[in-house]
Design a protein around this ligand. Sequence first.
Ligand code: GDD
Ligand code: MG
Length: 346
Amino acid sequence: MRALILAGGKGTRLRPLTVYTPKPIVPVMNRPFLEYQIEILKRAGIEDITLSLSYQPDKIQHELGFGHELGVNLEYVTEPQPMGTAGAYRFAANRASGPTIVLNGDVLTDLIVTKLIKHHQASGAHATIVLTPVPDPSRYGVVETGDSGEVLGFLEKPSPEALEASGSNLINAGIYVLEPEILELIPEGQNYSFEYNVFPDILEKGLNFSSYQLDKAYWCDIGTPESYLAAHMDFMSGKVKNFPAEQSSEYDRATTTFVDQNSLIGSECVIKPNVTITNSVLGRGVVVEERAVIENSVIWPHTRISNSAEISGAVLARSCYIGKNAIVTPGTVLGNKSSLTDYTKV
Ligand code: GDD
Ligand code: MG
């Protein structure tokens, strides 16, 4: 089976992080995000993976290359303009025959893909959609199912009234197995959406639309700063289990610093005396000066934290400068090259 990863969105909700770094390659535990999706596909023996791109395609291609180091073959298809989720599938899949597994390029999951494929084949469905329960389904696609898991209703980003009427807490996890017949529902060369067009159409036409519930698998859409940070916290607390734990690299560390077990420190970092780092991820080449305190945060490469600064619950992108005694409070997200003067509080 082939795989197609939809990786062309602008990542607006993850701004400012995505201004210079497209969402598919934002670092998660110091690895470009898509490596996690590639890994679960590879575990299922899927090595031919197409990435459907639109926003900053060159950066993604440069980062992931042909995929040979990851043990897969990556192919890139770049749309002339964003074609929507289904339009992108049609544009990329013209030549494909047989079923395709399609993934939204921003869902972090350790789903066992072989089980999904077996379920799809056994059901004989034209389309299978992966579902997961969430406490607040309103920002997702809400799915209603029947007793044997058949999809009965699909509502993208429902209004509070529609959500209450549906009573479902199951959402579209952004992973599908699609038979080629589904291509026929998508007009060529148009912006077209799975969520608003194709799924309602499948239901209207009465095609066989099956669902597969993520059982114990982890699932998170990393597309907002809150969920991006939460995914890191889940990795560090051991809630995301089925990926090899990244190890801190060699870095320059004073003996009087404290770095807890959970934290991940990238290569070429410099950590000066009397620093405290807990539950945080530092990318390559981050410099932390005397007495700074960093907790529950993610810091991208080459950022510098000056003396006695305090960073808590924040995401700082590449090459930021945090002045002495500055205080960065929970929820702060700084874009590349942001600079805070001494004693600033944000
Ligand atoms: N190639 C391409 N072209 N990719 C696109 C385009 C496009 O025009 N538009 C969006 N994508 C990609 C994005 O890069 C992302 O990986 C994926 O499609 C989903 O887009 P999002 O913008 O992240 O959608 P969402 O999170 O609001 O909602 C979707 O995902 C939820 C699960 O996380 C929907 O599929 C919901 O139904 C679902 O519950
Ligand atoms: Mg998303």
